[in-house]
Ligand binder design. Structure first.
Ligand code: 5GP
Length: 202
């Protein structure tokens, strides 16, 4: 199989299932950090399923990370993640403490080589330390990760040890190392959905 076609319905159901898992574990989520662009739609759907009656919607912050192929001779070619957009603390920075002492879930569509997730967690943890120093505010900030798909393959980077704890790393499904075609990239959504149905991904 050259490509795995994923329908919107599957995306929706994987988010619903993840929210159920998060709720069943009694995990609270104060902030959703969506890695753009693949994390945006899953993050928004996840928020609906995490919503508690009578409570406010969980805020979503978008961050932009891009994985660039480094140029160089073949053996040295690697991949580097670059920040293109970071957390928006508001114009006066008055919301800088939005990360401190919070339960934050980082959302992306796929964990391929894990480079992006590793970078996101490392940078966000660094931000927390810097903000704590700047504001004098302290608290236990807990990060967790949700991806729709995790590719079964050797990873180029690892997440910190504590992500092995239950509920800290949630993958909707584990898949083989193939290219995943997501519905938001489809030119013809009907054809895409048919292809997903044929593969049983509906
Ligand atoms: P990483 O290798 O850092 O885990 O993944 C980097 C990024 O590459 C992902 O966030 C995603 O945007 C993109 N990517 C990796 N594998 C796939 C795939 O199979 N399908 C799509 N659509 N994007 C992918």
């Amino acid at each position: 199989m050259s490509k795995l076609y994923i329908s919107y319905n599957i995306v929706h159901k994987l988010c619903q299932q993840a929210a159920q898992e998060i709720k069943a574990l009694g995990q609270l989520v104060d902030l959703i950090v969506a890695i753009g662009g693949g994390g945006f739609i899953p993050a928004r759907i996840l928020r609906s399923f995490l919503k508690e009656e009578g409570k406010k919607n969980i805020p979503i912050q978008a961050i932009g990370l891009s994985l660039y192929e480094q140029m160089g001779d073949e053996e040295k070619i690697g991949k580097e993640v670059v920040r293109t957009q970071w957390l928006d603390f508001g114009s006066l920075g008055q919301h800088m403490d939005m990360l401190i002492g919070k339960n934050v879930i980082i959302v992306d569509e796929v964990d391929d080589t894990r480079t992006t997730l590793h970078y996101a967690v490392t940078e966000l943890e660094r931000d927390v330390r810097e903000i704590e120093e700047k504001t004098g505010k302290q608290g236990t900030t807990k990060f967790s990760v949700f991806v729709l798909h995790n590719k079964r393959k050797a990873k180029r980077a690892e997440l910190p040890e504590e992500f092995k704890e239950k509920g800290r790393y949630i993958a909707g499904t584990d898949v083989d190392d193939v290219w995943i075609a997501y519905p938001w990239d489809a030119i013809d959504i009907d054809e895409h959905t048919e292809a997903a149905k044929e593969q049983g991904n509906y």
